[in-house]
Design a protein around this ligand. Structure first.
Ligand code: IPM
Ligand code: MG
Length: 371
């Protein structure tokens, strides 16, 4: 197959994790005889530096013309510490989500058994965790009217949702639940917020069409607690934009590192695939960032392009690399390899038939040649 992929490396560690993700795509293309062409485009602080605009028109066009978008990370401390900045890198990502109509952000949270000890939570609490967050991505407080009063002494961010916006993402979440363990948890704050009451009402009505799915309703504060206390109770979590942003970072802690979690943003136009982590500026340029979230985003991208066996090959290679302890410092400060080495090993495992019983030590006579 021939596919055109828009690549938006963005800021901080974005470019280096995307480099590894592209290595993996190259291995997939080689092994499975596909042709991927890449159109690199600017976004975020990198785009502001070059053009003054966090999302140049050209970038939107590139994404629209592509079969999929691969996105790195966004954000720069020089804007974080300047609340008066007129333009912000994050606007680039938010406008891109809006322009492409990417209303559903899908964030799977899966535990690697060999990393259980890397989680700050106790093993008996987290065993069996396998959940996915369906986060609404183009509405709510993120996109409502915002501003200040004339004197700048009062500020507001409006939160609104329509039934239409709730229904379209909720349908996706219900369908996911049907394919999975048939449980859906709506996370809201319906005891306080009117928008949350509309979410609950809409999901209640919709649920009639999915009689095989058990529906549970949780207030977000309680959900934040339950995710840490007993994550295995969750299957599909459906929630609005801001709650989804917060609880998916929280859920990532269960796995041992936010550097493991990929996401898919889907909707009306070309889908976008991105790690859930931020730009981690402290690590930028040091070759220590975890590329797994970006590489697993490639697996989601391949699945979206109907390349299922290719996606499975990427996941298997990631699993084997992790099982062999070849991880970045976020997962093991005492014994680790670099970001680019993780990319090398995963790509090699995709490209070559290395029998599963082979140990890496046997294979490379004690050490991997490229470590
Ligand atoms: C995410 C990020 C973004 C968000 C930021 C960078 C705007 O935290 O994708 O989770 O809040 O959606
Ligand atoms: Mg976030």
């Amino acid at each position: 197959m021939e596919k055109r992929i828009a690549v938006l490396p963005g800021d901080g560690i974005g470019p280096e994790v995307i480099k590894q993700a592209k290595k993996v795509l190259k291995a997939v293309a080689h092994r499975h005889r596909h042709t991927f062409t890449y159109d690199v485009a600017l976004v975020g602080a990198a785009a502001i530096d070059e053009t003054g605009n966090p999302l140049p028109e050209e970038t939107i066009d590139t994404c629209r013309q592509a079969d999929a978008v691969l996105f790195g990370a966004i954000g720069d401390p020089k804007y974080d510490n300047n609340p008066n900045a007129k333009v912000r890198p994050e606007q680039g990502l938010l406008q891109l989500r809006k322009s492409l109509g990417l209303y559903a952000n899908i964030r799977p949270v899966q535990l690697y058994p060999s990393l259980i000890e890397r989680s700050p939570l106790k093993e008996d609490r987290i065993k069996g965790t396998d959940l996915v967050v369906y986060r609404e991505l183009t509405g709510g407080i993120y996109f409502g009217e915002k501003g200040r009063d004339a004197e700048g002494k009062m500020a507001f961010d409006n939160c609104s949702y329509s039934i239409y916006e709730i229904e379209r993402v909720a349908k996706m979440a219900f369908e996911a639940a049907q394919r999975r363990r048939k449980k859906l948890t709506l996370v809201d704050k319906a005891n306080v917020l009117e928008t949350s009451r509309l979410w609950r009402e809409t999901v209640q009505v919709l649920s009639i069409n999915y009689p095989d799915v058990e529906v549970e309703y949780l207030f977000v504060d309680n959900a934040a607690m339950q995710i840490i206390q007993r994550p295995s109770q969750f299957d599909v979590i459906l929630t609005e934009n801001m709650f989804g942003d917060i609880i998916s970072d929280e859920a990532s802690v269960i796995t041992g590192s936010i550097g493991l979690l990929p996401s898919a943003s889907v909707g009306e136009q070309t889908s976008l695939f991105e790690p859930i982590h931020g730009s981690y500026p402290e690590a930028a340029g040091k070759d220590i960032a975890n590329p797994v979230a970006a590489i697993l985003s490639v697996a989601l991208l391949l699945e979206n392009l109907e390349m299922h066996k290719e996606a499975a090959a990427v996941r298997k290679a990631v699993q084997r690399t992790i099982d062999h302890g070849l991880v970045t410092p976020d997962l093991n400060p005492n014994s680790h390899v670099s970001c680019s080495k993780v990319g090398d090993v995963i790509s090699l495992l995709i490209e070559t038939d290395i029998p599963s019983e082979t140990t890496f030590e046997n294979l490379f006579e004690g050490s991997l040649p490229f470590i």
